[in-house]
Structures are given as C-alpha cells and as structure tokens.
Design a protein around this ligand. Sequence first.
Ligand code: NAG
Ligand code: NAG
Ligand code: NAG
Ligand code: NAG
Ligand code: NAG
Ligand code: NAG
Length: 166
Amino acid sequence: GLELNEDGTPSNASVTTRFNILVIDLNDNVPEFNSSEYVVSITELAQVGFALPLFIQAQDKDEGTNSMFEINLVGNNSNHFIISPTSVQGKADIRVRVAVPLDFEVLSHYEFSLFANETASDHVGFATVRIDLINENDNRPIFSQLLYNVSLFENATVGMTVLSVS
Ligand SMILES: *[C@@H]1O[C@H](CO)[C@@H](O)[C@H](O)[C@H]1NC(C)=O
Ligand SMILES: *[C@@H]1O[C@H](CO)[C@@H](O)[C@H](O)[C@H]1NC(C)=O
Ligand SMILES: *[C@@H]1O[C@H](CO)[C@@H](O)[C@H](O)[C@H]1NC(C)=O
Ligand SMILES: *[C@@H]1O[C@H](CO)[C@@H](O)[C@H](O)[C@H]1NC(C)=O
Ligand SMILES: *[C@@H]1O[C@H](CO)[C@@H](O)[C@H](O)[C@H]1NC(C)=O
Ligand SMILES: *[C@@H]1O[C@H](CO)[C@@H](O)[C@H](O)[C@H]1NC(C)=O
C-alpha cells in the first residue's frame, strides 16, 4: 500500500523486492515451411541420390521438445523421391533426392504435398512441391526388326525396291 506521512501526503519511502520470473514455453507455434510452394525442373537423366535444387526450410519456433516435428512428402509416385531429414527439432533445411531412375517418357510432372506435423494433431505446416522433368535425347533410333531376311530373283534390276524398313 501507499505509505502516507503524518500530514497525509504520500511518503517517499520505498521498498525494493527481487522477483525471479520463470517463463515456461508453451507449444504454441506450428511448424512452418519458408515458402508455400517449391517448384523445380530437373533433367530426366538425374541420377539416383541427386539432391534437387529446392531450397526448403522448415521451422518450429518453440523450445526443446515442443519444437519437434516430422516431415512427410505425400502424393502419387512420391516414392520416386526421398526427403531428409524426416525428424526435426527447431529448424532444418530439407533435402529432396531422386530415389529411382526417372523417365520423361513415362512421367514428366510430379506434384506433392509436403507436411510438417507435430504430435499435437492441429499443429501442421503445409507446402506444395512441383517437379518437372526436362526431356533429354535419351532414345537411340531402333529398327522395327532385328533381322530382315529378303529373297530376290537373280534377274533383279538396279533400282528395284527390295525392302522397306522403319
Ligand atoms: C519527497 O521527494 C521530493 C522530491 O525529491 C521532495 O521535494 C520532498 O521534500 C520529499 N518529501 C519527503 C517527506 O521527504
Ligand atoms: C528458405 O530457406 C532456404 C535455406 O535457408 C533458403 O535458401 C531459401 O532461399 C529460403 N526460401 C525462401 C522462399 O525464402
Ligand atoms: C498416379 O500416377 C500413375 C502414373 O505413374 C497414373 O497412372 C495414375 O493414374 C496416377 N494416379 C492418380 C490418382 O493420379
Ligand atoms: C505425423 O503424421 C504421420 C502421418 O499421419 C504420423 O504417422 C506421425 O505419427 C505424425 N507425427 C507425429 C510426431 O505425430
Ligand atoms: C532367310 O530365309 C531363307 C529362306 O526363307 C532361309 O533359308 C534362311 O535360313 C533365312 N535366314 C535367316 C538368317 O533366318
Ligand atoms: C525375274 O524372273 C522371275 C522368275 O523367272 C519372273 O517372274 C520375273 O518377271 C522376272 N523379273 C524381271 C524384272 O525380269
């Protein structure tokens, strides 16, 4: 309370006390990616293990175990790529690598969802990953048959069509 002097005016007397305030981290931050969408084009000849130039960073601003989360790549054919790390505490750069030989002629475009989730079910971060393959001249010309066996009369004349191949 306010100290009063005898005449009723506020006294200048003061009291000093020391407090230790302990701030406890609440798990109030959701893991987040540093972009909502990551897009890249890579050659279809990219080797297994090739790290795509996608600069993905994921972060949960909480402290300690409150900042732990998991990363998942979800979508059709997402097994063609592998992400690491899949378990993060705090902040991490996420790498996406080629997991199987790719082929533009089979599949030229991928679209995935990237999730960062905590045990708290509503703490989910989300981003889109789009990968386009660049077609390379990787197909050698081939003949329709391995062997063409043609019989001719011996009176065949110059310029006569013997065989057409594709
Ligand atoms: C309280 O402090 C003020 C300003 O320093 C001073 O003018 C006044 O005389 C003081 N009062 C008492 C009761 O010490
Ligand atoms: C996300 O973070 C990575 C790694 O720090 C950085 O290279 C990239 O430019 C960032 N992307 C955006 C959209 O800020
Ligand atoms: C998944 O991709 C394959 C090609 O690898 C395609 O045949 C199939 O229709 C796709 N499924 C969906 C649900 O898009
Ligand atoms: C994240 O979600 C996946 C798939 O739904 C689940 O298996 C995993 O346990 C979740 N991670 C955490 C930390 O809850
Ligand atoms: C080509 O055809 C002839 C006649 O039909 C046959 O006798 C010959 O064995 C064949 N040659 C080959 C390599 O198949
Ligand atoms: C070549 O000989 C065959 C068989 O004797 C005959 O049927 C054909 O007409 C001849 N062709 C030419 C261009 O003379």
